[in-house]
Each structure stands twice: as C-alpha cells, then as structure tokens.
Design a protein around this ligand. Structure first.
Ligand code: HCB
Length: 214
C-alpha cells in the first residue's frame, strides 16, 4: 500500500467515527514504517478536518463529532507511547501550553504538547478551557519562556489577544514568547495581536518554537 493510500485509510477511519477502525489503521501504518507525525497530520488530522466540514454541512451531528474525536484520541495515544521522551536530556526551553478559556477543543493542543516534548522542550500542558490568568501564573511558576495558546473557535480566539495584553499590563511581555494556533488562527491574526509566532500544525509548532530560541 502506498503512503497516500495509507493516509486515506487513516483519514477514512476517523470519518467512520469508530475507535477500533482507527486503532487498527494506526497499527497498520506503524507497521509500514510511517512516522508518528505524518500518521497524525497527513492521516488522522485530515480525517478530523473532514468531520468538521461534514458537521458544518449538516451531514454529521455532534455525537458523531464526539465519537470521531474519541477515536482520533485513541489513535494518537498509541503513537504518543512511541515518541521519545528524552527526560534525561537538557531541555531546550520551558513552554506552557493550553487551550484558552471557553474552549474545550484540545486534540490539536495535546498533539502540539506531545511533539514539542519529544523535540526536547519541557512542556507544561495546562489543559483546556483554561482561565487566561492561569497561563501567566503557570509561566511564572515554571520560569517558562514560551506560552502556547490554542483556540478553535472564532468566539474564543480573542483570549489569545487578551493574554498578550495581560502580559503587557503585568510587565511580563518581554519575558515570554507567545505562539498561537488553532483552526481560526492565521499569521495575519498573529501579527494583529502581536504574537511572536503562528503555527499551522504540530510540526510547524516545533520548527517555530526552535526559531524563537535564537
Ligand atoms: Co467543535 N467546533 N464544537 N468539537 N469541532 C469546531 C472547531 C467548528 C469549526 C465546527 C464547525 O462548525 N465547522 C466549530 C467552531 C465554529 C467557530 O469558530 N465559532 C465548533 C463548534 C461550534 C463546537 C461547539 C460549540 C458545538 C456545540 O456544542 N454546539 C462545541 C464547543 C464547546 C466549547 O468549546 N465551549 C464543540 C465541541 C466539540 C467536541 C467536544 C465534539 C469535539 C472536541 C473534542 C476535543 O477536542 N477533545 C469537537 C471537534 C473535534 C471539532 C472539529 C470537528 C475538529 C477539531 C480538531 O480536533 N481538529 C472542529 C472543526 C475544525 O477544526 N475544522 C469543530 C484536529 C486537530 C488535530 O486540529 O486544528 O485542533 P487542530 O490543531 C492543529 C493546529 O490547529 C495546530 O496544531 C494542531 C495539530 O496539528 N494548533 C496549534 C492547535 N493549537 C495550537 C497551539 C499552538 O500553540 C500551536 C499550534
């Protein structure tokens, strides 16, 4: 089976909303030597985006989206176990990562945390629907030099801007770099709110976070 066919099988498995189908497809992809990052981004995440489109068009309903999300999480969990932890190695930087207040979407944010961690960052994932001040408090507590802010809804992306404003008010803006991500975020939005970088996906988040170290 070609890589493209395998990606399609992974994507279709998520659209099927069936956990067993997803985990079987992930095991098969692993067996064929595909990297965890490409299994997630080119396979599972493509399927999840398609689920979003079908939901928008009224072809799938919320329970289906929840089942597809659970199935994708089960697939990602298999891959997370294979990713290097490098606990003994010196950490590149400390990052606080979470999904902003009012927003429960956390699949993408968690993938970003895992990939940053396996790339050598010390990641403090503070979860989803996180009160905005908690990002700042956690950064102080852990001496983090980066904060990752995920928002999946147009109604919650304002939280990304608010954290930046709160950092300025609290005299902390120069101490931490801000990375933003999530489906409605763009480079233009990052520029507008004064974020240090925007990452479209987890691989890009690793590249951009490393660039911020320089
Ligand atoms: Co949800 N939902 N949802 N949802 N949902 C979206 C986001 C809509 C776009 C669907 C639609 O209408 N087309 C929409 C938002 C519309 C808007 O903008 N206003 C929407 C809605 C409306 C809602 C509810 C309000 C529905 C309702 O209750 N009526 C509700 C929200 C409640 C709330 O938050 N207060 C809701 C609930 C749900 C769940 C629970 C069923 C489920 C989430 C489960 C979970 O996360 N644990 C869900 C899902 C799964 C989606 C869609 C279908 C997929 C999101 C996803 O997981 N994508 C989504 C449609 C879409 O986004 N196209 C839909 C896959 C991951 C891998 O991609 O973009 O999250 P990602 O992450 C990428 C990337 O963005 C980047 O890297 C990640 C990995 O590559 N990235 C970062 C993300 N965060 C980063 C942070 C960084 O620092 C750097 C990079």
């Amino acid at each position: 089976m070609s890589k493209e066919e395998m990606f399609k099988e992974l994507s279709d498995a998520v659209i099927s909303c069936k956990k067993d189908t997803v985990t079987a497809a992930v095991e098969k992809a692993k067996g064929q030597g595909l990297e965890p990052a490409e299994i997630i981004e080119k396979g599972l995440a493509t399927g999840m985006n398609e689920v979003g489109i079908l939901f928008e068009r009224g072809k799938l309903f919320l329970p289906h989206v929840m089942m597809a999300a659970g199935a994708m999480e089960a697939g990602v969990a298999i891959l997370e176990a294979d990713m290097p932890k490098d606990a003994a190695k010196k950490k590149l930087a400390v990052i606080v990562n979470g999904t902003v207040e009012g927003d429960v979407h956390d699949i993408g944010k968690s993938i970003v945390s895992t990939m940053l961690q396996s790339a050598g960052f010390e990641v403090h994932d503070i979860g989803r629907d996180v009160p905005l001040q908690d990002f700042i408090d956690k950064a102080k507590e852990t001496s983090a030099t980066m904060i990752g802010l995920s928002a999946l809804m147009t109604t919650t992306m304002q939280g990304q801007k608010d954290v930046i404003e709160m950092l300025k008010e609290q005299g902390m803006r120069d101490n931490v770099k801000i990375m933003i991500g999530g489906a409605p975020a763009t480079q233009a939005w990052a520029d507008k709110i004064g974020a240090d970088c925007y990452a479209e996906n987890a691989s890009e988040a690793v590249v951009k976070a490393k660039e911020l170290l320089v």
